[in-house]
Design a protein around this ligand. Structure first.
Ligand SMILES: Nc1ncnc2c1ncn2[C@@H]1O[C@H](COP(=O)(O)OP(=O)(O)OP(=O)(O)O)[C@@H](O)[C@H]1O
Ligand SMILES: [Zn+2]
Length: 691
């Protein structure tokens, strides 16, 4: 098959050569002046013409002029005639044919005349006329057939590139990838499967077909994928998404097919698609012609993945920096349904990455890798590898044998300053503000009575967020109570309140918190019937728009009144949330400080570390029993609800004092809307489950 392809290509080459062969001689042949037909006839009359040649097929006459032509010219001849070279030619139209022949015969030329109907030139003319057409048709044919996905069949261009994806079996091991333990854990299962597919097939286990690695550039996604192949000892096919979408229409799709065929032949194997967003972008989101091509490539990929069965033993690993723009079809079950985040390493991780890359390099014993890791918050694995490499270059340039601390320091500065630096390095003040902010969220969450435990707090920048605090529900939540929502509001504002309490100069970092909290408060008032003043009516969603009066056709418009009430109630909820947060922080100020301190030191605190700090937390006072109206007689004793045994245990009662405070009750801080940095506290708990 491939021979045929190359043969065709050869023919094209030969034709091109012939074409050039025809064109080039005519470029170098002696000069012939092209003149008007009438001038030609006049020249014939001068008697200074030696010979003539009628080339009928071209309707062209060539005149050979006498040797002394210029000298013999009559006085009244046009000046430029003298300039003519030994040969001139002119063209005529068919009806003039006879007249031309008569004139030539009449001129009675010394060397006579010749007619040329030139058989050879018929062929050449045919060639000249039809070759370009043939070429065009051929090109068109090629484009058409490749559009149907058969590109590789016609020409070897498309094909060869795909077969150029020669698999290798990497020697990289999981140990070479540092600081991304969670991702490694996830990928170990894949590795086990590739090592021994039969074991998994025997019990009918469903193995993921695709794993998506997402995270910022240079965090080791490629390295991780290679390590899976390296550990399992299987061939690794590496192709980049942008390679798929290339030059010729349709080649992408055929290349995908080739790649999969090849991988299946080599199974068990890994196909790694770097920059999958280049093909996997939301369908219909592309622009111009390129996107049809991209869609075909994507569709082909989906088709191939759907075609995997339990015996295929090929696993796709894809990487992207932009999981948000991927086509949802890619993420559906049976495709890239396993998604693994690969983030920039934290302090410990950075130290490990440095150790990995320092291995085999002559590092001076004076060098303290731990101190280096501390100096490089926000650096990715690639940045750190780069630092060591820069340091090695500096060392060599200075004719030293060992890489010393000075070289490393300088290398860090270079990488920070370097144009390739993509990660954000925070200054000390920003870090400290972020530490208190995130610490504030976490501490308020811990102090509230109806929140889930805080599982992770970090001040490592991620995406546009400066840091985040994670609160994990321990069980599925089907609805939320008013107290839980109020707790959510309080800890959403915890970050902001910590900034106010500690620095007295809050930052824009809370804008996202504020908008999330406001959203919840609005829903409480307009959807959940949790405001006594508004009552249990649903007002047009959380947008705050009131259409109730109009709808009921009472002829009375409530909207302005109600809108004002809604605003007041939302504001009241926010104010009391801020007050609760502030009180919780103030009565736990020592914990807040040690949280911030540890965050600045370790950057990320996990559940155990947090639990240790929070063991001493003073809980917030429980809120009063709440009913929506006056219907409940104030004096009637409240009865406990019945519960399934065992009865719920009371939470510890060491509540904090409730003396009033002036912090937080003043400004709501909503003016922060101009904030540019999103804070992105990813609180799964602040989502409303009550749709
Ligand atoms: N976690 C890590 N441990 C050790 N080395 C790392 C790590 N992350 C990156 N590196 C180093 O940086 C180099 C580049 O990383 P890699 O190409 O795997 O990043 P990537 O996440 O695939 O980046 P991109 O998104 O730009 O493709 C690696 O070859 C390795 O030397
Ligand atoms: Zn926040």
């Amino acid at each position: 098959m491939k021979k045929v392809l190359n043969f065709r290509f050869l023919i094209l080459l030969v034709l091109a050569a012939v074409l050039i062969g025809w064109l080039v001689p005519s470029l170098f042949s002696p000069r012939v002046e092209r003149i008007d037909t009438s001038t030609g006839l006049e020249i014939l009359d001068t008697g200074l013409v030696d010979s003539a040649k009628i080339v009928d097929i071209d309707q062209r006459v060539e005149l050979g002029l006498t040797e002394d032509w210029a000298a013999d010219l009559p006085e009244d001849a046009p000046e430029d005639w003298a300039e003519y070279p030994g040969k001139v030619e002119f063209l005529y139209v068919a009806p003039q044919g006879e007249q031309i022949v008569d004139a030539i015969v009449a001129a009675d030329l010394p060397q006579g005349y010749d007619s040329d109907v030139n058989r050879g030139s018929v062929w050449s003319t045919l060639l000249f006329t039809f070759l370009p057409i043939l070429l065009l048709v051929g090109l068109f044919w090629f484009l058409m057939s490749s559009m149907q996905g058969g590109g590789g069949r016609l020409m070897s261009f498309g094909k060869s590139k795909a077969s150029l994806v020669t698999p290798d079996t990497p020697t990289v091991k999981f140990d070479d990838v540092a600081g991304v333990e969670e991702a490694v854990e996830e990928l170990k299962e894949i590795e086990e499967f590739l090592e021994n597919p039969a074991k998994f097939q025997a019990v009918g286990a469903k193995i993921p077909k695709g794993v998506l690695l997402y995270g910022p550039p240079g965090t080791g996604k490629t390295l991780l994928a290679r390590a899976v192949a390296g550990e399992a000892g299987v061939p690794f096919f590496h192709i980049s998404g942008s390679d798929f979408v290339e030059m010729f229409v349709g080649v992408g799709a055929s290349r995908v097919r080739d790649l999969f065929d090849q991988a299946k032949k080599n199974a068990p194997a890994i196909i790694f698609v770097d920059e999958i967003d280049a093909v996997g972008r939301h369908r219909g989101a592309g622009m111009g012609g390129g996107h049809d091509e991209r869609e075909q490539t994507l569709n082909q990929m989906l088709v191939e993945m759907d075609g995997f069965d339990i015996n295929t033993n090929v696993i796709m690993i894809a990487a992207t920096n932009r999981p948000d723009i991927l086509d949802p079809a890619l993420l559906r079950p049976g495709r890239f349904d396993r998604q693994v985040g690969v983030e920039a390493p934290d302090l410990k991780g950075r130290q490990k990455v440095l150790e990995v890359h320092a291995k085999g390099k002559p590092i001076s014993p004076e060098v303290d890798l731990d101190a280096m890791a501390r100096r490089t918050p926000g650096f990715t694995g690639a940045d750190l590898a780069n630092v060591l490499n820069e340091a090695a270059l500096l060392t060599a340039r200075r004719d030293q044998q060992l890489i010393g601390p000075h070289e490393l320091d300088e290398a860090i500065d270079r990488v920070i300053a370097g144009p390739q630096k993509r990660t954000r390095i925070m200054n000390e003040h920003d870090r400290s503000v972020t530490a208190y902010h995130e610490g504030g969220h976490a501490l308020v969450a811990a102090a509230m009575n109806h929140t889930d435990p805080v599982t992770k707090v970090t001040i490592l920048p991620r995406g546009r967020a400066l840091g985040y605090t994670m609160v994990m529900p321990q069980e599925d939540r089907y609805s939320k109570t008013r107290n839980q929502l109020l707790d959510n509001l309080a800890y959403a504002m915890g970050g902001r309140m910590a900034e106010e309490i500690v620095f007295g100069d809050p930052s824009t970092g809370a804008s996202n918190d504020i908008s999330q909290a406001t959203e919840i408060a609005k829903q409480m008032v307009t959807e959940f019937g949790m405001s006594a003043d508004v009552g249990s009516v649903r007002l047009a969603g959380s947008s705050g728009e009131v259409f109730l009066g109009r709808d009921m056709g009472h002829g009375r418009d409530y909207s302005e009144d109600l809108a004002a009430t809604v605003d007041r109630e939302v504001r009241a909820l926010m104010d009391s949330a801020m007050e609760e947060a502030a009180k919780a922080l103030q009565s736990n100020r020592a914990l807040l400080d040690s949280l911030a301190e540890q965050l600045l030191e370790k950057e990320t605190l996990n559940e155990t570390e947090l639990a240790e700090i929070f063991a001493k937390v003073k809980k917030a006072p429980r809120r009063k029993h709440w009913v929506s109206g006056d219907w409940a007689p104030k004096s009637a004793p409240r009865k406990k609800p019945v519960t399934a045994p065992p009865p719920p245990k009371e939470e510890p009662s060491d509540t904090l004092p409730t003396e009033p405070t002036d912090v937080g009750t003043g400004g709501t801080g909503t003016a922060d809307a101009r904030a540019e940095q999103a804070d992105g506290s990813s609180d799964p708990g602040t989502r409303s489950d009550a749709e």
